[in-house]
Design a protein around this ligand. Structure first.
Ligand code: SF4
Length: 479
């Protein structure tokens, strides 16, 4: 995403609705929050614009996972300096994880920024902009700065009255924060402890999304299968969920969404081995709308490294949780994140990771070279002692293992007939469609655009390490 040159517009046509432009960095959860923020501004009479130069309010929804992600925000903000000089009424805000991590320090680093809003306060943005403009009108040109940070409030997740702009494939944040403390991770510091949204609020939002065109809903959470752990224990005599002490759980949510008319596919991002339960495995077996693809980051195949990462499980526990899932739902495919070059990682540790990836046959793997993040335990407690060159070498070695394993796994699908959901037109190949199997494998197939949004049977005829290709098995299919 390159930084655009900012064309300042001379004055705002007061008759026209004020315009908002949101630049989103990072994960799907940020994309969800940005849509929610746009929805709230629209409820206040704003229009959104894709042209940053046309905006009256520019917001950056930021990410803190890597230093690079934070530095890019300041480069973008820097580009607004001349525009702000040309148009002092322009409002520039920084929200999300970096805002929560740096707080008011952002104002010191950039004179362009007026608003700093944390990960649990974004619903207040329209009111904060009004307050800022009000204070500015009484500040005799002095700089006005406003910030709202911290976790002492629950984001108001209700979306009624907002236009749905999420498209066919919608995302639904079911919980915020994380109760774990992986030593390399900044998330608990910038997103707080687990806060699950009420089941009924989520079902209302899912119904609203489907009523406005969503066919696929991906449930989002840092550890989405810990959903409900913080919800109240139902009183005696009340309906009991499948979670701890009868609490509502992710499994309950999946069963409820399975009944939602018009919803075609349910997907999950991101799971944690410690929260894999029999109830979840059964829900995946029983609910045909739920993709049998689970992003279940292992991070390492070495118990020593997992211990220093404080991941909360051993290789063997991970193995047993996967066995539990596959015992109830044999078609499950797995995806994983891996960190190579974590402090103290020996050649033996790394080879254990290579072997574990091979053993569990993950079909999707994201490999990251360890980089210390300020305010994380690993950065404070461990020297970053694996040389950069060795990190790069291990990164490439693990990617090679990943490609070999995924290719072998996908080759097993050749000649088979699979059901797929046709997601969209293939942007690179005329007449081709992008589809996805029910266990999460991308598949390309030739077909009419009218098939988008339908379920089709496809005979698999080719594959790479990254996906399948095939032909329609028969005319028709189902939506
Ligand atoms: S599970 Fe670990 S890596 Fe994932 S968000 Fe929580 S602390 Fe971070």
């Amino acid at each position: 995403m390159s930084i655009p040159r900012f064309q300042s517009k001379t004055s705002r046509d007061n008759a026209a609705a004020p315009k908002l432009h949101v630049v989103t960095f990072g994960c799907q959860m940020n994309k969800y929050d940005s849509l929610a923020v746009e929805g709230r501004f629209k409820k206040q009479g704003y229009d959104t614009t894709d042209a940053i130069g046309e905006a009256d309010v520019v917001l950056f929804n930021t990410c803190s996972v890597r230093e690079h992600a934070e530095e890019r925000v300041f480069s973008w903000v820097g580009e607004l300096k001349r525009a702000k000089e040309a148009r002092p009424d322009l409002v520039v805000g920084v929200m999300g994880c970096m805002a929560e991590r740096l707080g008011d320090e952002v104002f010191g680093r950039s004179k362009v920024v007026d608003l700093v809003v944390g990960t649990r306060s974004f619903q207040h943005l329209p009111a904060l902009v009004d307050e800022l403009l009000e204070r500015r009108s009484q500040s005799d040109g002095k700089r006005v700065k406003l910030s709202r940070l911290g976790f002492d409030e629950e984001p108001d997740g209700r979306r009624e009255g907002e236009p749905y702009t999420g498209g066919r494939q919608g995302y639904l944040t079911v919980m915020r924060g994380c109760d774990l403390n992986c030593t390399f991770c900044i998330v608990p510091k910038v997103r707080g402890r687990v806060l699950s949204r009420p089941v009924d609020e989520l079902l209302d939002e899912a119904r609203w999304m489907v009523d406005h065109g969503a066919q696929v809903i991906t449930l989002l959470g840092q550890t989405v299968n810990s959903y409900g752990e913080d919800l109240a224990v139902p009183p005696a005599g009340a309906a009991r969920g499948r979670g701890r002490q009868g609490r509502a759980s992710l499994a309950d949510l999946i069963y409820r969404l399975q009944e939602l008319e018009g919803l075609v596919r349910i997907r999950l991002i991101t799971l944690h081995p410690s929260y894999v339960t029999k109830a979840l495995a059964e829900a995946l077996r029983d609910c045909s709308k739920c993709d049998r693809f689970l992003p279940l980051p292992a991070q390492s195949g070495s118990d020593d490294v997992l211990r220093r990462m404080k991941r909360g499980y051993t290789v063997d526990l991970y193995r047993r949780r996967v066995e539990l899932l596959r015992e109830h739902c044999p078609q499950i495919e797995l995806g994983s994140d891996w960190i190579v070059g974590f402090p103290g990682e020996s050649e033996g540790d790394f080879q254990a990771t290579e072997r574990f990836l091979e053993e569990q046959r993950f079909i999707v793997n994201y490999v990251f070279q360890y980089s210390p993040r300020p305010q994380t335990h690993a950065a404070e407690a461990h020297a970053d002692d694996v040389p950069e060159a060795l990190k790069r070498e291990r990164n490439n070695r693990l990617l090679a293992v990943s490609e070999r394993v995924a290719l072998a796994r996908l080759r097993e699908q050749l000649g088979r007939e699979l059901e797929v959901f046709v997601e969209e037109l293939h942007e690179k190949h005329e007449g081709m469609l992008r589809a996805r199997t029910f266990n999460g494998v991308p598949l390309a197939v030739r077909g009419e655009s009218t098939l988008v949004g339908t379920i089709q049977r496809v005979r698999v005829e080719d594959c790479t390490a990254f996906g399948l290709a095939g032909t329609l098995a028969s005319a028709g299919g189902r939506s």
